[in-house]
Structure formats: C-alpha cells, structure tokens
Design a protein around this ligand. Sequence first.
Ligand SMILES: *Cc1c(COP(=O)(O)O)cnc(C)c1O
Length: 407
Amino acid sequence: MNKQKIIENARRDMDKYLRVAAPVAESNLRRVLEAFRAERVSAQHFQPSTGYGYNDAGRDKLEALYARYFGAEAALVRQQIASGSHAICCALAGNLLPQDELLCLGMPYDTLQTVIGIKSIGAGSLREQGVSCRVLDIDFAKPDAALIASQIRPETKIVAIQRSCGYTDRPALSVAQIGELCAAIHAASPSVIVFVDNCYGEMVEEREPSHVGADLLAGSLIKNIGAGIAPAGGYIAGREELVERAAYRLTIPGGGRELGATLSDNRNFYQALFLAPQIVLEAQLGAVFVASVFAQLGYRVHPAADAPRSDIVQTVYLGDAELLKAFCRGIQKYSPLDSFVSPEPWPMPGYANDIIMAAGGFIAGSSIELSADAPLREPYAVYIQGGLSRYHVIYAVENTLRDLNML
Ligand SMILES: *Cc1c(COP(=O)(O)O)cnc(C)c1O
C-alpha cells in the first residue's frame, strides 16, 4: 500500500474513534466537576502536612473526591502507595484471612503472581500467610457468568477480576461484562467480595466497575487517573469496611486512613483528576493510530482500530524479538526525555521474563505517558500505551517506522 495512505487512513480512524470517545470524556469530566463542586474544593486543600498526618484536610478531601468519582463509599488515595501492585496487595491482604480462598479469573498480572504466591510460596506472599488461590481459566471474549459463579466454594472470600489484558493475549473486560460477573457472583454468594484490578481502565468508559457492583477496586496513579501529573501513588476505592481494612494493611490496624502525611503539595493530585478524562482520551486516540498503522502493515493487533475499548493498552503482535527491541528503542528515541538512550531488556523485579521498556516520560515509569514495553517471550507482542498528546504518538510511531524502513 502507498505509505502516505497508511498514515492518512490511520488519522481517519482516529477521527472516527474520537466521535465515539469524546462524549465519554465529556461525561466523565462532568462527573469529576460535580464531585469538586459537591466537595467544595479550594486551594487550601493543596497544603501538605507533616508527621502522623492527623487531620490532613487536603488528603481527606482528595479521597472524598475519588469516592464520589467512583460512586464508592470510601477511597484511599496515597503517595505512600508505591505502585499499582502495592495498592492491589493492600486491598487483597487487608481483606483475606488464613484459610480464605482467592479465586482469580484468569492468570493475574505478573507482579501479582508473586504477591499471591501462585508459582512459589515466596516470603510475604498471601499463600505463605495461609490464603489459598485458585486460577480459573475463563473465556475473556465471552465470559460465562453462570459457570464462573458455580465455581465459588464456601471458603472463597474474594473473586479477583482484572479489567485490562496485562501482558497476556486476552481482551480487556468491559464494564458491562464486569457488571454481569458481579451480579452472578453476588447472586451465588452475597458475602463474596468482588475485587477489580482497574489498572489502565479508569475513565475509558462512562462507568467504573464500582458503578456496576464491584465491592473493591484498585489502581495506579502513574497510569490513567494520574494523568501524567500525579508524581506517584495508588488508590483503592469501594465499600467502606473493605477500604478501611486495606488501610489497616497500608498503615496500622486502628490507625488506618487517619495516618499518613501528605509530604508534598497536593495540587498535582487534584489537577490530575481534573485532567484525566481528557488525557485518557488522548491516550486512546494514540492507541487507535497505532492499531490502524500496524494492521495496515499486516500485523495482528488487539484491539482493532474500530473496536470498542475498556482499557488504554494497544497490543501489536510483532512476532520477532529483534523487531520488538527496535520498535521500543524508536519510541524511546522520539520521547521528550532520555531520547539519546537505548533501552535494553532487563530482569525487572516481579516479572518472569526479561522486560524491555521504552519510557521517556516526565514521571519515572509512567505508562499514561507514551510507553512501549514487552516481555521477551513468544509471541513477541509489544504493549503500547499512553500518550499525553495524540500528536506525540503520531510523531513517535511515524518516525520509528520510517527509521525501520517500514513506512
Ligand atoms: C500496571 C498494572 C498493574 C500494576 O502494576 P505496577 O507496575 O505495580 O503499578 C496491575 N495490573 C495490571 C493489569 C496492570 O496493567
């Protein structure tokens, strides 16, 4: 195909997607603004605190905002949460006791396998503490809610659902699909807690899993909802008693959410929530551009450029280790920071294979900024996500493919 035509078509696919996704961004921003107004946010809430962090008004207000956005009873939003996996670990460990069973729908994200102790009972893992785990192999394209609900046992305490694909060859679950699962699981056993790993999913749809029956969810602030502005952190939202127990795990039993100073200016966290609907839209438009270009070049991509989305991840099946490394190096080269360095695969803690990561963003490791990463294993798929501006994604992908003589 004419090379110029490929870019033109991809831009057209972006415009088509914009017509579907812009109303979602608008609706989410309205919900965010209604939360700001209801909570009467003002500049005084940007003040940091010190020491124990008792009566930290800015922190408590931010958590109230998140709870409103998620339609949840409570939220925990903290800089002290080191990563998305840490948020998920607090949510799970705070709510599981010895002899409880954690039922995972599909193999969980790499780092969580270590948290749970799926492959080996590592030090500090949930399994070491007497929690058992069962991984159900489910059809993510068409999850059978009744069949899944029938797998619940008396000892099953939490059913864990991962919304996004992670580093696996599966589609993301839509919020509607998660809602069907929640309904079936709660009908089978009202006391079971449905937990959702919401990483990469926030603000992609008009509703969050917490609006459709999820009891507890968690995610990272260096992904969607941090909008490339929050410098670090994670969140947990859901039913009050469950969030409180997660907070007992993060700080101390009894102290919970009352503890934990906001050490730096809170403005970034507030402004991030305000900008997130727009930034998540930009990231999706970039993903659609990538999907369109690579599909036209003959590669399998997931999701397709015109498919509905429930996360910001774009998978491209490059099928070749050398091409995968070259692509990641190109993305790095056309990023604002560290454009002169060449990423190398390395054994990242918590991952089974070496990982190559292109990340030239302003926040270290941020993947709401344009990032491309991949485990060095079959089928040599690269996972591309983020982009604070769709134009940066166009620029980086176009130039990378030119350098590789693919365009
Ligand atoms: C990013 C991610 C996580 C958490 O990863 P961290 O690197 O610990 O923030 C968990 N689950 C999924 C599906 C993810 O994409």
